[in-house]
Design a protein around this ligand. Sequence first.
Ligand code: ADP
Length: 204
Amino acid sequence: MRGAFITVEGIDGSGKSTVVDYIQQHHSDVYCTAEPSEHFTGGWASQCIESDETSPLTDFFLLQADRSYHLREEIMPRLESGQTVVCDRYIDSTRAYQRELLQQTDSFADRDGVDACIEPVMSRFIQPNAVIYLDVPADVALDRIDADDSYERRELLESVRSNYISMVDERSEMKRVDAQRSASDVCKGVSNLIELFEADLYDR
Ligand code: ADP
């Protein structure tokens, strides 16, 4: 039987890598990974996201290229062997972020146009069994990380957060976790959720 595929989502600074590191340390049977991947395709995607030289559309396609390679090389073999895989960021990061970023380019007139580009691509990838969404306001997240905390950045992260919250309201496999609590409480809460998801999937 295929392993459980669980993704961890949230805005920058919401605590995703902290949670995934904790899972790696406390669940020896779970395989943890992250997007962009550690493969050369992930290097390209990271380089482009971090620079101002490429357009959001270029970044979007590089992220999809990396996702495709990461799935084939790293994620699918583990899932096929029955192992649980936890991935820090996946298709819902694309939905939450690229919806905002692509709208700011000339190629797309509005949100419907962006969705018409994104959704057919997202539907081609394997869908996660469960999505854990770490919810924090942009102010809290930006205070945690040493990053650009300009008004534009806060505004972008608040819009991305609203996109995540709308998805949680619409999708039963997506669980919101209050990530304003202490890191230890959040990590233990997510760890319990993963055990519940695994039990639910493997007992069926
Ligand atoms: P992300 O991967 O979502 O960008 P990180 O896990 O890297 O976020 O966390 C960003 C910073 O916030 C790190 O310095 C981390 O130690 C800290 N942090 C993570 N979770 C919490 C929390 N629940 N409360 C306070 N600080 C946190």
